[in-house]
Design a protein around this ligand. Structure first.
Ligand code: NDP
Length: 319
């Protein structure tokens, strides 16, 4: 589709996304006089705004709410002059520099550099109870929320590397960890599986699927179905205080996929150790390019790298 709109604007540095990566890129780009324009995207502040308490972001010894952390990052970006706007990238054309990005299907931004920080979203099972107990026992990030379940009982859904890592992390805090795995085997790497098998307070429920959650003032248990569809199918209940999803993430890269290399899951591939994509002047930072760490602090660090990479690109190309 040809993308020409009446409203066009030229910018030196376009940042797409407003999680820790986007705002950190904005702080660095503003301080380097790149006059960045940042579009906040669908969920201003990103995934962290739905996290209650962040206790592992360095510099906050007492912890900080995800909402407040993002508000502070935004304030810091504004302080140095970032032009922060409401809007979502709906289309891109990286066929030639300067690059075109369409915002909300109506405005064309012509950008010398583009920093993509659109993040990723955790996958959920799609059960109404996940919504009902959001922030009341349902979480998709053990590293973020596990600490609140010290000496309690929790369940982790999934059988991949993330699920095993999260279960191992939670097992070091919680009294008991159930793993709810839909297949009769793990998908995770052998080394992680072995560690899980050797951890005495992890109980693996192979061939189990979740039907729902229950509890009056938060999650108190889960209803599961064992060997669904088989002759010995059986419903079981487990008593838990926390229900952790670890069934994968979906990176928000659809708009850019046509132009950039992505892995099987859709994560944007960058040159190792940098934020450079295969298009010169287009950079990716944060969870959209990170299938492994996915932490606020690693996202922030990669946002910094992207701004520095953008600055160097402009300098090297005399723009
Ligand atoms: P994966 O896609 O690898 O695994 C997802 C798991 O969730 C699978 O066990 C899958 O089951 C299960 N699942 C998916 N949908 C449902 C559902 N609706 N109901 C129940 N179970 C479901 O995702 P991960 O996040 O674990 O890993 C993503 C990538 O990141 C992988 O390449 C992984 O290797 C990598 N990674 C590496 C780490 C490391 O090396 N330390 C750490 C974390 C991630 P099924 O198997 O039946 O499809």
């Amino acid at each position: 589709m040809k993308i020409e709109h009446k409203t066009r604007e030229n910018v030196r540095c376009l940042i797409i996304g407003s999680g820790p990566a986007g705002y950190t890129a904005a702080i660095y780009a503003s301080r380097a006089n790149l006059d960045p324009v940042l579009y906040e995207g669908i969920q201003p502040g990103g995934q962290l705004t739905s996290t209650n308490e962040v206790e592992n972001f360095p510099g906050y010894p007492e912890g900080i709410s995800g909402f407040d952390l993002m508000a502070d990052l935004k304030k810091q970006a504004l302080r140095f002059g970032t032009d922060i706007r409401i809007g979502t990238a709906t289309q891109a054309d990286f066929s030639a520099a300067p690059y075109k990005v369409i915002i909300d299907r109506e405005k064309t931004i012509i950008a010398d550099t583009v920093i993509i920080c659109t993040g990723a979203a955790a996958k959920y099972l799609g059960l109404p109870d996940e919504q009902k107990y959001a922030g009341m026992g349902v979480s998709a990030c053990a590293t973020c929320d596990g600490f609140f379940y010290r000496k309690k009982k929790v369940a982790v859904v999934g059988g991949g590397d993330t699920a095993c890592e999260e279960a191992l992390y939670l097992a070091s805090l919680a009294e008991k960890v159930y793993m709810i795995v839909r297949k009769p085997f793990f998908r995770a790497s052998k080394v992680l599986q072995d560690r899980v098998f050797k951890t005495s307070n992890i109980e693996i429920l192979f061939e189990h699927n979740t039907l729902g959650l229950f509890g009056e003032h938060g999650v108190e248990g889960a209803r599961l179905i064992k060997r669904k569809g088989e002759s010995d199918e059986e419903e079981v209940e487990i008593a838990i205080d926390g229900f952790f999803l670890a069934i994968g993430h979906t990176p928000s890269s659809t708009v850019f996929k046509e132009w950039l290399d992505t892995d099987e899951a859709g994560y944007i591939i960058t040159e190792p150790g940098t934020s450079k994509t295969k298009i010169p002047g287009v950079f990716a930072a944060g969870d959209v390019a990170d299938p492994i760490y996915r932490q606020a602090i690693t996202a922030a660090a990669s946002g910094c790298k992207a701004a520095v990479d953008a600055e160097r690109y402009l300098l090297e190309n005399g723009i």
